[in-house]
Design a protein around this ligand. Sequence first.
Ligand SMILES: [Zn+2]
Ligand SMILES: [Zn+2]
Length: 377
Amino acid sequence: MSDTFYQKLTAVRHYIHQHPEVSENEYETTAYIKEHLRNLGIKPLDYPLPTGVIAEIGHGEPVIALRADIDALPIQEKTNLDYASHNGAMHACGHDFHQTSLLGAAEVLKQKEAELKGTVRLIFQPAEENFQGGHQVIAAGGIEGVSAIVGYHNNPHLKPGQLALRSGAIMAGVEQFKVTVKGVSAHAARPDLGIDTVLVITTIVNNLQSIVSRTVSPFQSAVLSVTHIDVGNTWNVLPAKGFFEGTIRTFDPDIRLSVVDKFTKMVQTTAEQFGADVEIVWGNSPRVTFNDTTITPLIFENSKKFAEVIETLPSTGGEDFAAYQEKIPGVFAFVGSNGEDGAPDWHHDDFIVRDEALPVAVHYFVESALYLLEYYG
Ligand SMILES: [Zn+2]
Ligand SMILES: [Zn+2]
């Protein structure tokens, strides 16, 4: 990557970083991306998306999609960077970096357009953080005709220059649950006249911890965390109602079904023993980010041209890129973005992506697109 190109992209990222917009409100970001693409001679396509941009380079089949997410988080930035955001939102997941690298890849691919053996579809996806954007793009027809899709997430625990990948599950399937329990209120001194919601909830929460430890094979994995309990408001009244919520993470569809099924039964039967009512509400959350086992090893090898490629363990985080991979083959990598000791994690108010990380991200998009155009051609 030339110095001028690097400086240009760095300035683009700093601008986007300073103007973050939260999920489903990426209007200025969308306008900025469209303008940038038009300046490169790339015309944004007319898909029915309120925010986000889809555009194409090249023509004919096959079609390879490159996806970057564009939304920010409702976090007050505390980085003290000279390009820090002051509008109450923050690119604390580094999606400013993702979209900049896709704009960079677009510029490189546009210059190579005459030699492209097919079409590269650029997907600037809105609303990753609330897990809506992938579904919006799919519903709008954004992956119709696409042979394979490529994406990545920056990883502050890897150094710039590093790229981590694995075949199969690379990020967890996520379940979000909220369980409401209805007992019968009573004076704390006469629990026999009520149904003790506090005891029902705490017993359920205790029982749930036996699911992963006693029913998931030691050679498989799952996480079940109850993170929030809300019940009662004083010392001498047993409350009528309360709730708890939390999340389940799995890497295998069968384990997911089994854990969810046991969770449901455990909640219902425990509540029944006390005569309490329960209601379970599941959130809209992503399935496993599952890297295609045929093309991922090929992209792994191909990426050695421009990065130090590392075989990674899966992450227990979730990612709505999974929505595409349920429909078409996809590859999702981690691109090193910081690597310093104690580098803040994603979603922290002092999260920092280092500028030097950009070249590998741009190369990953460009080289994977070129490789897959050949592969599916
Ligand atoms: Zn995030
Ligand atoms: Zn993210």
